[in-house]
Design a protein around this ligand. Structure first.
Ligand code: ATP
Ligand code: MG
Length: 451
């Protein structure tokens, strides 16, 4: 976190230097000037957390400095120094929006205390405003939260494809929201009044899965005492969500291919085929392309499913959504568990930023739920976070002595290097970078990398 920045406006040189030294020793980034006019132009150029200004100044006085701050930098706090500590001037300054005042002569402890109090209060206000803005700004599609560039791409794609009958394949690591996206597609489509039926293909053995999907007729097997419709028939007019599609057996892959090709199902034990109007959305966190190459997944089915692919970003790839998502889950679980927790401390948010989130959004959701139960203060602090997050390593490149580059700058340079080394081969480059090709493509555009 950056140190708080303070501007001191005091025409008495000795006093100005003394204040500057105290504030610097307290760890603040300090600027100082003897003139109100200069102060006003500095406020225009720089965002200060706090301005400490003498009331009596040659030219523009302290009240004018205060008013300029109110006009130019509403988020900056102001403390007034006055040698004429009549209650009146102090009250007038506070009415105009000053946070506090210091009367001359003053002692150092008093100043330190007042400044700390004002800056702490400001940090809280800033954090809450930040979270509120994040919540307000949230771009949502169904129950999807987050407005990172990667998610906005996802929303745009959903918007484009929702009403088509084409099969959609949703890819992404565990916990990235694949099921939520499948629901968003269905419930925003013209099929929304018809059923949305999810089937977890990994949870059922082959024969059970077959009868679950396509139904069976009486006598098809022991225990089949009457006809039963499968989800493809029940979902007629709606959507079937085939979750964990990478786990279906070769025989079912073949059957499914036929269903997708001619829109007909054949219940187990039946000789009749039935026409069904169903849209299929499938998802997997496995690498279907690799499975296909290895012969574990039929190529023809792969291409059938893959008419439209939605590649969901991992939480690592959309860190700008973390605060929004965390705020969203906090609201949900604080309400659900009736806990009076209103925010997330900056320290906790910093830790979230450093952590890798192997379980993605689901993991973040669980962390927030747990924290709302454990937290005893009004905001989520580091203490109520799991060990793994509290000990997340600081991000690299954070050595304060170096001439620092932004993450984007470092990313741009590195991606450029990799692209050069691979002769512009994006498949190879994305492999080296450990991201998928869609992410690479996105980064090339976002970071405006020349190709
Ligand atoms: N963008 C999002 N906004 C709000 N909640 C989200 C978002 N993404 C994921 N979640 C939440 O995270 C949890 C996991 O999402 P979901 O079950 O859709 O993930 P998944 O990709 O299907 O995971 P898995 O591969 O493990 O099945 C859910 O509780 C979901 O509501
Ligand atoms: Mg899932």
């Amino acid at each position: 976190m950056n140190p708080a920045s303070v501007l001191i406006v005091e025409d008495d040189t000795k006093l100005r230097n003394a204040l500057k030294e105290i504030m610097t020793r307290e760890g603040y980034a300090v600027d100082a000037t003897e003139s109100g006019d200069i102060a006003v132009s500095m406020i225009k150029d720089t965002v200060y957390d706090l301005v400490i200004t003498d009331l009596k100044l040659p030219g523009i006085d302290g009240m004018d400095v205060l008013r300029s701050v109110q006009k130019l930098a509403r988020d900056t706090s102001v403390i007034i120094i006055t040698a004429y500590a009549t209650v009146d001037t102090a009250v007038e300054a506070m009415k105009e929006g000053a946070e506090d005042y210091i009367a001359k002569p003053f002692n150092l402890d008093e100043i330190r205390l007042i400044v700390r109090k004002v800056l702490d209060k400001k940090a809280l206000v800033d954090d809450n405003r930040f979270l509120r803005n994040q919540l307000k700004k949230k771009y949502s599609f169904g129950n999807l939260v987050g407005n990172s560039e990667a998610m906005v791409e996802v929303y745009k794609t959903i918007e484009k494809i929702k009403d088509s009958r084409a099969t959609v394949l949703i890819l992404g690591e565990t916990g990235t929201g694949k099921e939520l996206v499948a629901r968003a597609i269905h419930f925003n489509s013209i099929r929304s009044e018809k059923p949305f039926l999810p089937v977890n293909c990994a949870a059922l053995a082959e024969t059970l899965l077959e009868s679950e999907l396509f139904g069976y007729v009486k006598g098809a097997f022991t225990g089949a005492t009457r006809d039963k419709q499968g989800v493809f028939e029940v979902a007629h007019g709606g959507t079937v969500f085939l979750d964990e599609i990478g786990d279906i057996s070769p025989r079912l892959q073949q059957i499914l291919l036929r269903v997708l090709e001619n829109g007909e199902i054949q219940p187990v034990g039946s000789t009749q085929r039935k026409k069904v109007d169903v849209r299929v959305v499938a998802a997997t966190n496995r690498n279907l392309g690799e499975m296909m190459k290895a012969g574990a997944f039929r190529a023809d089915l792969y291409y059938r499913l893959n008419v439209i692919t939605l590649d969901l970003p991992s939480l690592r790839e959309k860190k700008e959504d973390i605060a929004t998502l965390a705020g969203h889950f906090l609201k949900k679980y604080a309400e659900e568990n009736q806990r009076p927790i209103h925010g997330i401390s900056r320290e906790a948010l910093n830790l979230f930023d450093c952590y890798e989130w192997p379980g993605n959004v689901r993991e973040l959701e669980n962390v927030i739920e747990r924290a709302t139960l454990l937290e005893t203060s009004k905001e989520i602090t580091a203490e109520s976070l799991p060990e793994s997050i509290r000990t997340a390593p600081e991000r690299p490149f954070s050595n304060p002595d170096e001439d620092l580059q932004t993450l984007e700058e470092v990313g741009r340079t590195y991606i450029q290097t990799v692209l050069e080394k691979t002769g512009g081969n994006k498949a190879r480059a994305s492999e080296i970078l450990g991201i998928n090709r869609t992410s690479l493509w996105r980064m090339i555009h976002r970071l405006k990398i020349a190709q």
